[in-house]
Design a protein around this ligand. Structure first.
Ligand code: ZN
Ligand code: MN
Length: 474
C-alpha cells in the first residue's frame, strides 16, 4: 500500500466578548498600546483571575455546534513557559479536562464525504504581541494579553490539503453564524497550526510529526500542508533523517523552514490553576444554549435547495454568511421568483459589494426595494439592460425602481406597431445581414436586433424584436 498522509489541525479562535478572559479590561482591537491592561492581565503578584461567563458560553455554543460532549466538571491548568508576551510566565489553559470534547464535523469532499473528529474545544487566554523593530529593538504590547481564546483540536483525520481547506472554511462559517468570533485569519482572530506526517500502512513506519506555524490565511495553510507533505515524502523515500519539530511557513519563498524542536507536554509542567475553582456548567444552562443555536450554514444551504429549488451552488454561495442568507431570504419573499432573486444577489449585489469592499450589512438597497425592481423586470415592464441601469441609479440616487422608470420613460417598448416600424428600418439598413440570414446564417439576425436596440436606447423588448424579425424575413 502507498504511504498515507495524516494531518491534524489545532485552531485558536479569539472570542468576541466584551471583556477579557479573567479581568474586566475591554476586549478591543486597535486601542492605544497597553491602554487595555490591569494588574490581572499584566500578571502582577497578588492579582486574582475571575472567569468570563460569556467566554465559557461561547465555547459551549461552539462545542455543541461541533457535536461535542460538554464536561460535567472541568478545570483550568497553568501551562508554564517563559516568554515576554505573557508577563506572568504561564498561560491559564485547559489540560486533561477540556470544557467540551469528542465531536465531529462532516465534510462533503469532492463527492467523497469524510468525518473529521474533534478531540476538544477548550478555553484559554491569548498572549500579548512582540514587535521586532527594524533597528533591532523589540517591544511588547499587552492589549491582547488575556483575551479569551478558544482552542479547537481535531484528530489526525485529514488526508488531503483540500480537506483541510474545506474544514477551515466550514469552521469559519460556523463560528460567524454562532456570533462567537469574526474568525478573520488575516487579522489573527483565527490561527491555524497543522500537524503533518506520513504513515506506511504496511509496516506502521511513520515520519516524525511536524507542526507548522505562521500561517495567516486559508490559502497559506493549504499551500503549506501541500508543501510539507511533499517534503516529508521525498525525504522518507530517500531514507533521509526527519525530526519532530515546529516549522515556519515562509510566505515569500513558499517553503517551510525549521523553527524549533517540538516541546512535549512535560516541558510545560502543567498543574491545576490554584486561583480558580472548577467549572461545572449546569445542565439547564447547556440545554438553554443548545436550544438557542442558530441554523448552521450546511443545514441552511440544504433548506434553501429544498424550499426555493435553488441549485446547490447558489445555496453554498448564499449561505457563506448569515447576513447574506438573511438578505436573500428577505428578497425571495418579495421577488417574483427565487432563482431570479438568487441570480441578482450573486450577480449585481455581490459585484457591488466587491467593488466597494463592503459586506451585505452595508448594502444600500433594502430587500423590498430590490424586489420592486425584480417585479418590474419579471412583468416585462423593463428589460434586463434597463434593469441593470436602474439598479445602479437606485443606489446612486436613493430612489425607488418604479419612480426612476416612470420619471425617465425607461419602460420597455413592447408596442408591436412601433417595433415593426423599427424592424423595417433595421432590415433596410442591413441588406447584407438580410442576405446572410436568408442564406442560413442564423447569427446574422443579431446585427438587426442590435440596430433596433440602439434605436430604442436598449429599451426594446428583445424577445419580441427577434420574433418580429423572424416573421418578417420568413
Ligand atoms: Zn486586565
Ligand atoms: Mn493553545
Amino acid at each position: 500500500m502507498p504511504l498515507q498522509p495524516t494531518i491534524g489541525l489545532e485552531v485558536h479562535v479569539e472570542l468576541k466578548t466584551a471583556s477579557k478572559m479573567f479581568c474586566s479590561c475591554r476586549n478591543e482591537f486597535g486601542a492605544p498600546p497597553d491602554s487595555r491592561t490591569c494588574p490581572v492581565c499584566l500578571g502582577l503578584p497578588g492579582s486574582l483571575p475571575v472567569p468570563n461567563r460569556q467566554a465559557v458560553e461561547y465555547v459551549l455554543r461552539t462545542g455543541l455546534a461541533l457535536n461535542c460532549q460538554v464536561a460535567e466538571r472541568c478545570r483550568f491548568h497553568r501551562k508554564n513557559y517563559f516568554y515576554p508576551d505573557l508577563a506572568k510566565n504561564f498561560q491559564i489553559s485547559q489540560y486533561d479536562e477540556p470544557l467540551t470534547h469528542d465531536g465531529y464535523v462532516d465534510l462533503e469532499g469532492d463527492g467523497q464525504p469524510v468525518r473529521i473528529r474533534i478531540r476538544r474545544a477548550h478555553l484559554e487566554e491569548d498572549t500579548g504581541k512582540n514587535l521586532h523593530l527594524p533597528d533591532g529593538r523589540s517591544l511588547v504590547e499587552y492589549n491582547r494579553c488575556g483575551v479569551p481564546l478558544m482552542e479547537i483540536v481535531t484528530e489526525p483525520d485529514f488526508r488531503t490539503p483540500e480537506q483541510v481547506r474545506e474544514y477551515l472554511y466550514s469552521l469559519r462559517a460556523i463560528l460567524r453564524y454562532l456570533g462567537v468570533s469574526e474568525a478573520n485569519m488575516e487579522q489573527g482572530q483565527m490561527r491555524c497550526e497543522p500537524t503533518i506526517n506520513w504513515i506506511d500502512p504496511d509496516t506502521g513506519a511513520r515520519t516524525p510529526k511536524v507542526e507548522i506555524k505562521n500561517l495567516n490565511s486559508v490559502k497559506s495553510v493549504y499551500e503549506a500542508v501541500k508543501y510539507e507533505l511533499a517534503r516529508q515524502k521525498r525525504a522518507f523515500e530517500a531514507g533521509e533523517e526527519l525530526v519532530q519539530e515546529t516549522r515556519r511557513w515562509d510566505e515569500q519563498k513558499l517553503i517551510t523552514t525549521p523553527m524549533r524542536r517540538k516541546e512535549t507536554a512535560d516541558d510545560y509542567m502543567y498543574f491545576p490553576e490554584p486561583d480558580l475553582v472548577p467549572l461545572a456548567p449546569e445542565p439547564e444552562w447547556i440545554e438553554e444554549i443548545r436550544a438557542s443555536l442558530p441554523e448552521l450554514p450546511k443545514a441552511r444551504a440544504r433548506r434553501l435547495v429544498e424550499q426555493y429549488g435553488l441549485p446547490e451552488y447558489d445555496a453554498g454561495v448564499l449561505t457563506e454568511s448569515r447576513e447574506l442568507a438573511d438578505y436573500f431570504e428577505a428578497l425571495a419573499a418579495v421577488a417574483p421568483d427565487a432563482k431570479m432573486a438568487s441570480n441578482w444577489v450573486m450577480g449585481e449585489v455581490m459585484a457591488w459589494l466587491n467593488q466597494n469592499a463592503a459586506d451585505i450589512t452595508a448594502f444600500p438597497l433594502a430587500p423590498a426595494a430590490l424586489g420592486e425592481l425584480l417585479g418590474l423586470l419579471a412583468s416585462g415592464a423593463i428589460n434586463n439592460t434597463t434593469a441593470r441601469e436602474v439598479f445602479a441609479r437606485m443606489i446612486a440616487e436613493r430612489k425607488g425602481a418604479r419612480e426612476i422608470v416612470e420619471a425617465e420613460g425607461l419602460a420597455q417598448i413592447s408596442d408591436t406597431a412601433e417595433l415593426e416600424r423599427l424592424v423595417e428600418q433595421a432590415i433596410a439598413a442591413n441588406p447584407r445581414a438580410v442576405e446572410d440570414y436568408r442564406g442560413g446564417k442564423e447569427k446574422a439576425l443579431g446585427a438587426m436586433v442590435g440596430h433596433v436596440m440602439r434605436a430604442t436606447r436598449g429599451q426594446a423588448n428583445a424577445a419580441l424584436v427577434n420574433e418580429l424579425l423572424r416573421k418578417r424575413l420568413g
